[in-house]
Design a protein around this ligand. Structure first.
Ligand SMILES: NC(=O)c1ccc[n+]([C@@H]2O[C@H](COP(=O)([O-])OP(=O)(O)OC[C@H]3O[C@@H](n4cnc5c(N)ncnc54)[C@H](OP(=O)(O)O)[C@@H]3O)[C@@H](O)[C@H]2O)c1
Length: 314
């Protein structure tokens, strides 16, 4: 059963323009009056952002588009400043939740973000660490931070057979470095970069909760395998056709099937207990693999993240 007794306030969503983030945005916008939050949609500017904002408004939500390319820390910092202004002027209700949905996979780990960091690490992890860090003082408690993980961090045998490698953790300064120009970037390296970024999210979530009071709960949501979303847009036409066919299989997860669970974790009372980066696979608390809880790695990631962000002047 769904109950939201705390004022729904405002929810910030990154990645509202496609797949899971778009479905989450419309799910939240479609909630009945008192349970419907105001929405801050942080996404790349363009038609997709305009369209989802318009659809959420039609559903009845107060919506602000916040243009932001997460591969540029300057954009992320400007987005955080815009959020602070909107909250300070009362244009939206108090910030109750941030859901960091945006993510990508790349075909080449030699590709660098605007700030010189490997793109997968930069967008999936670092940009969100910057955004959350800038907004930590802006939440009204009780509040929630929900990050999006993926079981690929610990790829099962089935995933590995499909060519999805597990994380191969290295020092974060190394993970943030694009592969050297002379090293060709195969599917294994790009898959591992994605899995590493999702393991980084788990480590970050655990360390973040240690540094927050009890008033802000941190959780990591795994939406299930949703073939055919934009996540695989860089794959060739054959793979994409195969994924679209898989998406039609009965029982397969999809953005529209997983978004209600994510909306519930974001706002509903039944999930208010979530703390410590609890890993929720669709709607079940799930223990992570033992290596995904590691105090030394978590502390090192925190410190390295501060260093990587400081290297890019404001
Ligand atoms: N699909 C799966 O099977 C699966 C499984 C487990 C976890 N996940 C996770 O679920 C989340 C959503 O993925 P999805 O499958 O819904 O993929 P998707 O359809 O590609 O959606 C990804 C979202 O991230 C945004 N994004 C990507 N790069 C960005 C950038 N540089 N700046 C701003 N926004 C950017 C996209 O914006 P644009 O519209 O501008 O490109 C889009 O809104 C991701 O974190 C993914 O890792 C997916």
């Amino acid at each position: 059963m769904r109950t939201t007794t705390t004022d729904a306030g405002t929810v910030l969503v990154t990645g509202p323009t496609g797949g899971l983030g778009r479905a989450l945005t419309l799910e939240l916008a479609g909630r009945p009056g008192p349970e419907r939050p105001d929405l801050l949609l942080v996404g790349r500017p363009g038609e997709r952002l305009t369209e989802v904002a318009a659809a959420a408004r039609v559903a009845g939500a107060t919506v602000h588009k916040i243009p932001c390319d997460l591969s540029q820390l300057a954009d992320v910092r400007a987005a955080a400043a815009t959020v602070q202004d909107l909250l300070a002027t009362g244009a939206v209700r108090p910030l109750r939740a941030l859901v960091a949905v945006a993510g990508l996979t790349v075909n080449d780990t030699r590709a660098a973000s605007a700030d010189g960091y490997e793109t997968t690490f930069a967008v999936n992890y670092l940009a969100h660490a910057q955004l959350i860090g800038d907004l930590l003082g802006s939440f009204e408690e009780p509040a929630r931070i929900v990050l999006i993980g993926s079981d690929t961090y610990n790829a099962s045998r089935a995933l590995q057979m499909m060519g999805v490698p597990a994380a191969d953790w290295r020092d974060p300064a190394d993970l943030a470095r694009p592969a050297p120009a002379e090293r060709s970037s195969g599917a294994r390296a790009t898959g591992a970069a994605y899995s590493n970024s999702k393991l980084a999210i788990l480590y970050y979530a655990h360390e973040l909760q240690r540094r927050l009071g009890d008033g802000i709960g941190v959780a990591v949501f795994e939406p299930g395998f949703m073939p055919g979303t934009g996540l695989t847009r860089e794959q060739g036409p054959v793979v994409r056709a195969m994924l679209r066919a898989m998406a039609r299989l009965p029982g397969m997860a999809s953005p529209s099937r997983s978004a209600p669970a994510l909306a519930s974790i974001t706002l509903d009372d039944r999930w208010a207990r979530l703390r410590d980066g609890t890993y929720v696979v669709i709607d079940k608390d799930t223990e992570v693999a033992p290596f995904a809880r590691d105090r030394d790695r978590e502390l090192r990631l925190w410190e390295a993240t501060e260093e990587l962000l400081e290297k890019v002047p404001r």
